[in-house]
Design a protein around this ligand. Structure first.
Ligand code: SF4
Length: 342
């Protein structure tokens, strides 16, 4: 039993969970079913756009219905999905509907995992979910309320009635000063689960003030100092205690350098674009609607994307059109990385 560094710059003991295998390859669509949650974790990283709002997002795309969800699956070329929130259990019929429609449309092998805060877990709800969800990841409450430990264990143990152990896990943020509590909790829960996922603690706009009050930052200022070290310490403790679980320390580097980049590289892009090695796409555009061959009008951004030969011809008539070279993400929000007139 040894701790291994993965090729995705994360660390693991005994391997990683099935859902993580799709995620690192950039194949998981993140289905955010609601921003409503009754837990109010002080470290919650949901953005203001999502926190405590009943909104649905498939990756970056705000969705109103299943049709838009399917469009996102196709455009992102996802082979699987991770359902998250908010608390998906507060909108259980919606969660089940979305998961079952995904299975119906993309096949049984379209892997679905779900994150569940433990607060509203019951056997009845888990049974319903288990018919459409392959893997369940609980977010226990003990990090915000020590008195819930036994309740957390009781609720998580119910999952064994409906899933096999390798498909039951817990997921926790790596708060540097809580590492002992995390190990103690894992020792209590280990017989009921198959894996643990520990996330290096990243900052967001919403938790920035409270995190910077309690912790220092490192590496470019978006990760809590000591979080990675706490994760390595936990892995080592579990190795020494011969805990037979898959334990994954999911680093910020994994998310930003591998998972996100791989997702960009898989994503479809608009006609006449050129993909860069980083997964971004370069377009030559005119910020108006132009008609004709080898041009594509992008309605959402009210711009015309030009093929290279058309752009070259237009450049021969200086002053007529302002041609801009844009580098952007191929994702639904099409965030620009760089742009400039040529
Ligand atoms: S359970 Fe999740 S969504 Fe709810 S407050 Fe905690 S971190 Fe935020």
């Amino acid at each position: 039993m040894e701790i291994k560094k993965t090729k995705f710059d994360s660390y693991c003991l005994n391997g990683i969970a099935e859902g993580c295998k799709y995620c690192v390859k950039g194949e998981k669509l993140v289905l955010f079913v609601t921003g409503i949650c009754k837990r109010n974790c002080w470290y919650c990283s949901l953005s203001n756009k999502r926190k405590n709002k009943d909104v649905i997002f498939a990756n970056e795309r705000k969705c109103k219905n299943i049709k838009e969800l399917f469009e996102e699956v196709k455009e992102s070329r996802a082979t699987s999905a991770g359902i998250t929130g908010g608390d998906p259990l507060l909108f259980l019929p919606r969660t089940i509907k979305f998961a079952s429609e995904l299975k119906k449309r993309f096949g049984k092998e379209f892997h679905i995992h779900i994150y569940l805060p433990t607060k509203f877990v019951t056997a009845e709800k888990l049974e319903k979910l288990s018919k459409v969800v392959d893997e369940v990841r609980f977010h226990p409450e003990f990090l915000i309320n020590k008195n819930t430990i036994n309740e957390d264990v009781k609720k998580i143990s119910l999952a064994g009635l409906f899933w096999n152990k390798p498909n039951i896990g817990i997921e926790l943020p790596l708060l540097p000063d809580k590492k002992e509590e995390v190990v103690n909790f894992i020792l209590k829960i280990k017989d009921y689960i198959g894996f643990v996922n520990l996330n290096e603690f990243e900052l967001s706009d919403t938790n920035f003030n409270i995190i910077t009050k309690n912790y220092n930052l490192n590496r470019g200022g978006y990760v809590a100092k000591g979080s990675l070290e706490a994760g390595r310490w936990i892995l080592d403790e579990l190795r020494r205690k011969k805990v037979n679980l898959k334990v994954h320390l999911c680093t910020a580097e994994l998310k930003n350098q591998h998972q996100f980049r791989n997702r960009l590289k898989k994503h479809k892009f608009l006609p006449y674009g050129k993909r860069t090695e980083d997964g971004t796409v370069i377009y030559l555009i005119v910020k108006k609607k132009l008609r004709g061959k080898r041009k594509f009008y992008d309605k959402r951004k009210n711009r015309t994307i030009l093929s290279e030969d058309v752009a070259r011809k237009l450049l021969e008539k200086p002053g007529k059109y302002k041609i801009i070279r844009v580098e952007e993400f191929p994702t639904y929000d099409r965030i620009e990385v760089e742009s400039g007139e040529i």
